[in-house]
Ligand binder design. Sequence first.
Ligand SMILES: [Fe+2]
Length: 393
Amino acid sequence: MIPSYYEFYCPVKIISGHKALDNLPYEMEQMGVKRPIVITDKGIVLAGIIDLVKEVFKEFNMEPPIIYDEVPPDSSNKVVNEIAKIFMKNQCDSIIAIGGGSSIDTAKGVNIVVSEGTNDLMQFAGAEMLKRPLKPLVVVPTTAGTGSEVTLVAVIYNEDKGIKMAFTSYYLLPRIAILDPRITLSLPPHITAATGMDALTHAIESFYCIQKNPLSDGYAISAIRLIREHLIEAVKNGKNKQARLAMANAATMAGIAFSNSMVGMVHSLGHAAGGIAHVPHGLAMSIFLPFGMEYNLEARRQELSEILLYLGGEEEYVNTPKDKRAERAIEIVVKLKEELYEICKLPRTLREAGVEEEKLPEIAKAAIDDPSIIFNPKEMGFDDAMKILKKAY
Ligand SMILES: [Fe+2]
């Protein structure tokens, strides 16, 4: 059914290919910038990716970018301010973020500080607080999962207040996202599995959450199909460039889908389990996804039945009776979790993830207060959340 009204926006240029990173200096030149700063972390340097970046700039006869490679796993406003000072001191004019969620969110924060000329990042926290375009930002994602390369959100830890703050603005969207399989080749199997399940959750939740629309559906469906075809291979054989490129594409498409149609209770539970019991985001998504689908089953039977076509393939879809297709889609996600456990020991339950049972009520309480819950097809109260958490334990 087509919604009576919706909006869809994704102005990010996607450059995907086995040597896509080689285009980086050309793209910088096309945007009219000369002095980018690269924002990344030590792991990326160790993986040889920064050397590759320096090399492509050299081959293009362009001065190598300024490098900041000390982004911690949980970045903060202090790190943002430190990088902003380096940006100003070196008279940089653009930003290249290379990394996972932390580096990308940090780069978005730096972009606010340097473009607005402020020393107080936090005054821009919240929704649509930015009123004009920022400096050109290019993102090279190194994990195929978060979709941050195509989202308008940044979450940055406020060290002074001890809380994570969210920034949402269309101006935070990168100009360009570069998907190059060379960047994700060294990701270990369990991270590949967890981030892949995050992407799958983005795609599935965006396909049935209340802001779904025909455009987000297209991206969600393509992402689900690519994940079915390539996730297991990317986990088993990390050096398979074809599988890596497919997963990078899937994560980006799932990111475009969910940043327009939003996500629901699987993310509410995941954010809560992350905040309270430190369960990594992708892992939490993998644990909760089938339970979220099950919880929404009656409210979204038609969508879940349709998902079987992309998640299970044509034969599976045709051979499953119409009134069993939604249940079968859930079974396939459970089977996928089992397979990932077999291959790389990705925990299947909260217990296997090391969560203490006493923490469940606190997680349930945080989950029902999480903003994602408002986009879920069916309301979730404390008792519902507790039931799901016990099942997932
Ligand atoms: Fe996610």
